[in-house]
Design a protein around this ligand. Structure first.
Ligand code: NAD
Length: 256
């Protein structure tokens, strides 16, 4: 049998599950943003893996590592400048707007769910947000544009003008503690849903990747939409192997 009929049958099954559910929660990874031009983490040619990631401990200890982290951050920002929400983000936003989806738990740091119109309170960012920065000592928020202007002028890694603490992009690095409030809200969303929809994650980064398993254990249905197999496919009620844009777009088409 060709692949196409299987795929359309599974998209049809997904639509039935979505129509029948009382509370859907989406769980997204870097794969939902590739259609917006932001490369994912693990696919071949990933710019993220071209250099070994700088872990949290190294960032805190080393001024040279902080400079390098900021150099990479601004270089990546240039690559993704102007990225807009795509069909996948917009379909999820429609599911939230019509009340089918209670919320979105995301591992992404690109802010594209909020940019697609999902209210802040319906988005849980497990790995933080790369569109601003925070002082690691006093927690003060810093905007990127002035940090960048100073970095380009002085070549020094940014420090907080209030307390002189090191300033870091508001993302969670390897080795950094997970944000308590986000973990709590993600757990609440996961335990309250009856359909947990994963889109675009290799499901290998923990503890984030524990949420699909938790949902399944709590009695929710689990659906995984991804272009390649994941380690949790065996646990899922339905696996849709395909591109997120057309699959989610078919679930919640835009009104004409
Ligand atoms: P990952 O790169 O490990 O996995 C992404 C998965 O999505 C892969 O299995 C890939 O085959 C699939 N995929 C890619 N494009 C797809 C498409 N259009 N349709 C269907 N499937 C597609 O990503 P992850 O599991 O999210 O883990 C990576 C970590 O890196 C995350 O924690 C995240 O914080 C960070 N990250 C974020 C971004 C972002 O914010 N956009 C980008 C890169 C990395």
């Amino acid at each position: 049998m060709s692949e196409q009929p299987n795929r359309s049958a599974s998209v049809e099954r997904l639509r039935e599950l979505v129509d029948a559910c009382a509370a859907l929660v989406a769980f997204t990874g870097a794969g939902i943003s590739t259609e917006s031009g932001i490369p994912d983490f693990r696919s071949p040619g990933s710019p993220w893996l071209a250099m070994p990631p700088i872990d949290y401990g190294t960032f805190v200890r080393s001024e040279a590592a902080r400079r390098e982290a900021w150099r990479r951050k601004f270089a990546m920002d240039d690559l993704h400048q102007g990225a807009l929400p795509n069909r996948g983000h917009l379909a999820l936003a429609r599911l939230v707007a019509r009340g089918t989806a209670a919320g979105i738990i995301t591992q992404n740091i690109d802010g594209l769910h909020q940019a697609s119109g999902v209210p802040d309170e319906a988005v849980v960012e497990l790995h933080g947000n790369g569109t601003y920065a925070r002082c690691l000592e006093c927690g003060r928020r810093h905007e990127l544009a002035p940090l960048r202007a100073r970095f380009e002028e002085t070549g020094e890694a940014p420090r907080c003008e209030a307390c002189d603490g090191p300033v870091k992009s508001a993302t969670i690095s390897f080795g950094q503690a997970m944000p308590d409030a986000a973990m709590r809200r993600a757990t609440e969303f996961t335990l309250a849903c009856d359909l947990f929809l994963v889109a675009g994650s290799s499901l290998v980064v923990h503890p984030a990747a524990g949420f699909p398993t938790l949902a399944r254990q709590a009695g929710s249905r689990l659906v995984i939409v991804n272009r390649e197999p994941t380690g949790l496919d065996g646990l899922a009620d339905l696996v849709v192997e395909g591109e997120i844009g057309p699959v989610l777009g078919a679930l919640a088409p835009a009104a004409h």
